[in-house]
Write a protein that binds this ligand. Structure first.
Ligand SMILES: *Cc1c(COP(=O)(O)O)cnc(C)c1O
Length: 364
């Protein structure tokens, strides 16, 4: 099955075979070396040149676990968090802040536009209690890249800290972590890194890590300084998904061999191919081209074709597409182009799509 959903993605045979490596105990040196290697490779891939200023912490759990770990670990007592919200994942950030009342009202923006950095500046001036700003890099809801660099400039100029959910961004969209002085950046193995779901990580600015250690411990399982201290000692607080880490390590080897910039370029080419053909077929994109990311395109459902019908007919032909979420659920469908796929795979999908579209028009 070809997966055109934004994670889990199709992985290479090489990554899948890594699952077969020997059983090991997570308290032994083999596991410590594996984890150390993954952390180093994450910095090499995503903070090239700035490896000494950042560290990476590895977690077991899907992307959301690492986002929640970053959020719950990054606020001093009595301080609050402001969420920039222009999609489902912005909403999720906001929902995460809810149970422990860490948030102030979200800074909401239209789902089909970019957040305005000047509005952020104003909000931060009005809310001195908001010490941290949480934002999504690539809003998977619509396939829109938020202007992280511009927003980070405002965050930095207002002496606040940043938490960036780049779960669907890293290895798919450029992100200058060190140049934008980002504090916490969250990612997952199971999207553009082309590993399996279930392993995730937080890249943390080192100076900030010292501050985190003095912040309240709001969670037992997801307290980042705990993971950091243990991983620095070659240990780990809880039983990790060892086999997934093997595959994650191999996916990072592949990524470093391909090069992050080349990976991004490959995705961009796949997206361009999809967009060109969809335009030719008269299928309308939700966002204007200048807002579209490299890895997801959201389309209006063709008139008379419901999502379940479109989905099922494509699945019969071997392709899984993705529904819209929230208020867009009935209106759009999404095509992701992440994963170990070739242009030939996308050609195959586009031929199947055309067939479904034409046969549905006849039936309609
Ligand atoms: C996929 C995704 C997540 C995390 O989802 P999980 O299902 O927990 O892996 C978080 N944020 C964004 C922007 C995502 O695309």
């Amino acid at each position: 099955m070809i997966l055109l959903n934004p994670g889990p993605v199709n992985v290479s045979d090489r990554v899948r075979q890594a699952l077969q490596r020997p059983d090991i105990c997570h308290r032994e040196s083999e596991c410590a070396e594996l984890i150390h290697g993954i952390r180093q490779k994450l910095l090499k891939a995503f903070v090239p040149g700035g490896e000494s200023e950042y560290t990476a912490v590895l977690l077991t759990g899907s992307g959301t676990a690492a986002v929640e770990a970053a959020m719950l670990s990054s606020l001093p007592a009595g301080k609050r968090l402001l969420v920039i919200n222009n999609g489902v994942y912005g909403e999720r950030l906001s929902a995460m802040a809810g149970p422990q009342r860490l948030g102030i009202p979200d800074l909401k923006f239209d789902w089909q536009g970019r957040p305005d950095p000047e509005k952020l500046r104003l909000a931060l001036r009005q809310h001195p209690e908001a010490l941290a700003v949480a934002l999504v890099h690539h809003e998977t809801t619509t396939g829109l890249n938020n202007p992280v660099k511009e927003l980070a400039e405002v965050i930095d100029s207002q002496n606040r800290t940043s938490l960036v959910d780049s779960v669907s961004g890293l290895a798919g969209e450029p992100l200058d972590i060190a140049g934008s002085k980002l504090y916490l950046v969250v990612g997952t193995a199971g999207k553009c890194i082309q590993g399996f779901p279930g392993a995730s990580f937080v890249i943390i600015r080192k100076g900030f890590l010292d501050r985190l250690k003095s912040y309240p411990k709001r969670t037992i399982y997801l307290h980042l300084p705990h993971y950091y201290e243990e991983q620095e000692r070659g240990s780990i607080p809880f039983t990790p998904a060892v086999q997934l880490y093997y595959a994650f390590d191999e996916a990072l080897n592949e990524l470093l061999e391909e090069g992050v910039a080349n990976r991004i370029q490959r995705y961009k080419q796949a997206a361009a191919l999809i967009r060109k053909r969809m335009t030719a077929l008269g299928v309308k994109a939700l966002l204007p081209p200048e807002l579209q990311s490299n890895t997801i395109t959201a389309y209006h459902l063709p008139t008379g074709l419901s999502y379940p019908v479109l989905h099922d007919r494509l699945k019969e032909r071997g392709y899984v597409i993705y529904a819209g979420q929230g208020p867009l659920a009935e209106k759009i469908f999404r095509i992701a182009n992440m994963g170990a796929l070739t242009l030939k795979d996308f050609e195959g999908f586009l031929a199947a799509f055309q067939e479904v579209l034409e046969s549905s028009a006849v039936r309609a």
